[in-house]
Design a protein around this ligand. Sequence first.
Ligand code: ZN
Length: 261
Amino acid sequence: MKIKTIFTGTIASCLFAVTTLMAAEAVEWSYHEQEEWGAIHDPSQTVAPHMYPYAVCGLGQHQSPVDLASANPSRLLNKLKIRYPADTVNFYNSGHGVQVNFSEGYQGQLLIGGEAYPLIQFHFHEPSEHVIGDRTFPAELHFVHVRDDGKIAVLGVLIEIGQENEVFQTVLDNTPYTGKDSNQNPSASINPVLLLPRDKRHFYTLAGSLTTPPCSEGVNWYVLANPISISEAQLAQLKSFYSDNARLPQDLNNRVVAETP
Ligand SMILES: [Zn+2]
């Protein structure tokens, strides 16, 4: 009887431990140790696949970002339709970047050959993650679309220095400086279309991954061929939040980058 009591007690405390740890944050990671993301160990886990939650970052063969320079023109690509109405958004400091989350029930979507991907959030990297040959851009914007079945499509917009962007300024002025903090400003409506280049017809596309841990693959990437511009002062303000929050280009392996003719 004694043994049984101890046994029951152990199960109870284990369950408590598991519940407590599951409520904890995902394992921390940083950009300056990006080569090691795949090896990051979760000490709260004892079962093999869960012990290395970001293993795909190291082992995956379809990782993002990539160098787009080898792109082949293709006439067979799906047309993109970008439907992004204005929204009263949530300005979010993710702890790794400046991010804007759309409200629940937001109707914005990316249509890929008639297939709808709802727009969930956008965020910024400095400098760009995708490169074109030896050309790295000052920053890059990612519009993240997630379907109910979990399928993800990301629309990337390269950013160069030039004229100031008014919508970007609204984002900068409303984002909290503390990581994991968010800010809802009912008077700051964001029209995401104003963060897109005039020419939305030309793009690069390939199958890739999330560019942050867990680096999950199966992400459909579309990077617009034409950049938008922000001012030098705006880039400086972006860098005052996060600088060098960009993953380096990954091997294409056997992937082919396609581009609109
Ligand atoms: Zn991103």
